[in-house]
Design a protein around this ligand. Sequence first.
Ligand code: HEC
Length: 185
Amino acid sequence: MHNHLKRLLLACGAMLFSTAVAHAACDVDKAGSELSGEEAEAVYECLRQSLHDGYKSGGKGWIPADYVNDYPSWVRASKFPAAPGVHGNRFLNTYVNETGAAEYVKYAEEPTIPAGTLIAKESFSVNDDGKVSPGPLFLMEKAAAGASPETDDWYYMMVAPNGSPQAVNVMTACSECHQGASSTG
Ligand code: HEC
């Protein structure tokens, strides 16, 4: 256990360790499942800067860095973090760029999301002891019609809390569930 922890810390490096200290300040005195919307929002207010700093740090590889840098200036889709659900049991905050915001916030059954729409979903978790941990940033981009028929023209991207781009099989890890759920078409 001890050795394992040491290896983990070495692998993560000083950067992740220092952000981990920043989240401790946002811990709460109850289980994540018992937080009200306002309480979850207070955790988010405490965490949001270090969450964003984490996502931004380091190179982004194939993921456009400006998506990650800029999403806090897009339209926030809800007042409170959405309660844990399908994205690994985490609280979620969704931001949509100008291109898609008006259509997205209608929450239509069959939305017509225009090409060029960017959606970012920040995530964090609060465990049963009230300990707060940052989760990945989920990104979606609506590409031009016909650009990616197998994903209904959506591009999916994911950034770890320490800023590393995550290589995932977007078909099995994202698209199949999304097309099944058809929340964004
Ligand atoms: C188990 C099913 C499932 C998986 C797997 C999944 N999603 Fe989602 N996703 C959903 C559902 C349902 C919603 C709408 C409800 C919500 O916001 O949680 C959603 C919403 C989103 C949103 C906000 C935009 C929207 O459609 O409301 C983004 C961004 C997103 N997902 C990205 C991803 C990425 C990137 C992956 C893969 C790394 C992924 N998702 C994997 C089911 C899934």
